[in-house]
Design a protein around this ligand. Structure first.
Ligand SMILES: Cc1cc2nc3c(=O)[nH]c(=O)nc-3n(C[C@H](O)[C@H](O)[C@H](O)COP(=O)(O)O)c2cc1C
Length: 245
């Protein structure tokens, strides 16, 4: 099984999202998957022009000359394509959205009425990878991801794929902090994500127990908010001091 992560954080290797991705891929690789990690920030991916050449002039191929052709090859060669993104204004990052738009090239343009009475694209005879999501956000609640949950259910349908797993990590800013009190909490979470990676490869999905554990807060929400506000205040105080010297 080949799993490719497409990380759409502009922070690349330094991203909170990458911390979750690393543990996930560690578990998936230990269970025998071939894994690859792609940082979209390292690639040139221009905006979709909406010309539809990829549907009616050069089917399956985008006319824009940039890195997307190679990334589409990687996407199609995967059994599972994992879209990894920070939550930006309740949504996927702009970089992830541009990547998704450009994936239109792999969709068959024809319309068909779905069994549920809603129109969708005809299933492309070409093999489509299953999709999964890893996302981190700055607010403390799991509910902050509701737009992403809906978006990826819609994407699953639109691309005639299957959404096989979702990891949504609220309080994501804790992951990169080096702190004695937090270390055991973050370590326990990373171990859980390693287990999730194994489960996906071995069982085709996460167990209910793992899903429930993944969704748990890392620290109490009021404590998280107090810590966040102390951090903002300290940074702003530093700035003020600098401005006054
Ligand atoms: C432009 C921008 C918008 C953001 N919007 C949200 C948001 O709507 N909700 C939220 O909980 N966090 C938001 N955040 C915080 C990030 O989601 C959070 O820090 C995340 O862990 C960053 O992931 P990364 O390090 O992988 O890029 C935002 C951050 C930025 C820079």
């Amino acid at each position: 099984m080949k799993i490719t992560v497409f990380n759409g954080s502009p922070k690349g290797k330094r991203s909170n999202t990458h911390i979750v991705v690393q543990s996930f891929l560690e578990g998936a690789a230990a269970a025998g998957a071939e894994v690859e990690n792609v940082f979209l920030s390292k690639h040139e991916i221009k905006h979709c022009r909406g010309c539809l050449h990829c549907w009616i002039k050069t089917p399956g191929k985008c006319i824009i000359k940039d890195d997307m052709a190679g990334l589409i090859e990687k996407f199609l060669a995967s059994d599972i394509a994992c879209l990894a993104t920070p939550l930006y204004i309740d949504n996927i990052s702009g970089m992830t959205k541009v990547f998704l738009d450009r994936l239109c090239a792999v969709v068959d343009p024809h319309f068909v009425m779905g069994a549920d009475g809603e129109t969708q694209h005809v299933k492309n005879p070409r093999r489509m990878p299953e999709i999964m999501v890893i996302s981190t956000c700055g607010y403390p609640e799991r509910s902050q991801f509701q737009v992403l949950e809906l978006l990826f259910r819609r994407t699953e349908r639109n691309m005639n794929s299957r959404l096989v797993a979702e990891i949504y990590r609220s309080q994501g800013n804790l992951l990169g902090i080096e702190n004695e009190m937090l270390a055991p909490v973050v370590d326990a979470y990373k171990k859980l994500v390693v287990k999730a990676g194994r489960e996906l490869v071995e069982n085709g999905g996460f167990t209910d127990e793992t899903i429930a554990a993944l969704d748990k807060d890392l620290v109490p929400r009021d404590m998280y908010n107090d810590g966040a506000n102390r951090y903002w205040d300290s940074q702003l105080a530093k700035l003020k001091k600098k401005e006054n010297t």
